[in-house]
Design a protein around this ligand. Structure first.
Ligand code: TRP
Ligand code: SF4
Length: 346
């Protein structure tokens, strides 16, 4: 390992999200909460960013929402507890080194590697009505590889759905290191995936909570909205009438209880549901109570930041990220013998 090339003794972690708009509980439980934990552990040097260029790989025809969505995601990052004193929080497009490394890596990445990334075909099938036969869309995972490798991190905390992208990142790093070395040393360490343990989190329709299904509970949803969404949530289909017993293990509301409710409440849910001792309305009320309690500090923190403050934090973080990314790029350019520009002294 080229340990000498990294400047900090703490292992680095890097992760990011696309700016899809206000984040929901699925984003929180599947990623953000874990990032906050890693940050607060203090063992890692943390880099978290908003992948705005990635939004264009699918939304290139209408880019009007990218900037407002970026602000929403930044406010949600801060609301969840990401802290600019302890993490570098930045915006991908404000760190142009990402795109330079993306270009450099594109030289050594074969098309077949990109074509066989599972999300490539899946997304093309899912996002109907959009032409995704673009170079940028095929290159999505390579841009992600550049996002990662530019910080020479040891770990990438992501969910299972992103594991294939980290695997590609490792392959690309290996190929780079095979072709190019700097004074005999490898420049791009292969990062490891740090799988986020993510509990099953259903949306209001019982499917996995996801923006594309329109079944989310947002981190910014006020209490009445949370309660209303819970009211319309699907339940165990066996409980048609109030007197029919049900099974929380077959009910999406039961799944929410398992994630968010206290052991006492959970016991009441199991007992009451299986004996028809409680109604679903009451049970959903308890689930809403638990959600409101989780969301309360998040929303209080969100309210404590103005958009202007969030923007300043993002700018400062992006400056720090640029400085770190430029260190890597200097090594990359030197290893690739693309130093002519560097020698001009700019
Ligand atoms: N592809 C990731 C997602 O959809 C977002 C992302 C882009 C990312 N670049 C990254 C995640 C680098 C981790 C590291 O969630
Ligand atoms: Fe689901 Fe609760 Fe109704 Fe049981 S009582 S079916 S767990 S909502």
């Amino acid at each position: 390992m080229p340990e000498a090339l990294s400047s900090s003794p703490r292992p680095r972690v890097l992760s990011g999200m696309r700016p899809t708009g206000k984040l929901h509980l699925g984003n929180y439980m599947g990623a953000l909460a874990n990032w906050v934990k890693l940050q607060n552990d203090g063992q890692y040097e943390c880099y978290f960013f908003i992948a705005d260029w990635h939004a264009l790989t699918t939304d290139y025809a209408d880019t009007s929402q990218v900037a407002p969505n970026t602000m929403e995601v930044m406010l949600d990052y801060l609301a969840a507890g990401l802290d600019p004193e302890r993490s570098v929080l930045f915006l991908q497009s404000w760190v142009p080194q990402h795109s330079e490394l993306f270009l450099a890596l594109s030289m050594i990445t074969s098309l077949s590697w990109l074509e066989r990334v599972p999300s490539y075909k899946e997304q093309q099938e899912n996002l109907v009505g959009r032409d995704l036969t673009t170079y940028g869309f095929l290159g999505y995972p390579l841009l992600q590889a550049a996002d990662i490798l530019i910080y020479q991190p040891q770990f990438v905390p992501v969910g299972q759905d992103q594991a294939a992208h980290v695997e590609l990142t490792r392959e690309v790093a290996r190929r780079f290191n095979h072709f190019y070395k700097l004074d005999g040393a490898e420049v791009l360490p292969e990062p490891k995936v740090l799988l986020t343990p993510s509990p099953k989190l259903p949306g209001t329709d019982g499917r996995k909570m996801s923006k594309s299904y329109g079944n989310t509970i947002l981190l910014a949803d006020p209490e009445p909205v949370v309660r209303q969404k819970l009211k319309t949530m699907v339940t165990d289909p066996a409980r048609i009438r109030r007197n029919d017993p049900g099974d929380p293990d077959k009910c999406p509301v039961g799944d929410l209880h398992k994630v968010f409710s206290s052991a006492d409440t959970l016991a009441k849910v199991y007992e009451g549901c299986r004996t028809a001792g409680i109604g679903c309305i009451e049970c959903k009320g308890w689930a809403a109570d638990a959600l409101v309690q989780i969301l309360e500090p998040i929303q209080a923190r969100r309210a404590s930041f103005s958009e202007a403050q969030a923007r300043d934090i993002l700018e400062e973080g992006s400056d720090r990220a640029c400085a770190r990314a430029e260190e890597t790029m200097q090594q990359v350019r030197a290893a690739m013998r693309m130093t002519a520009a560097g020698e001009r002294g700019n």
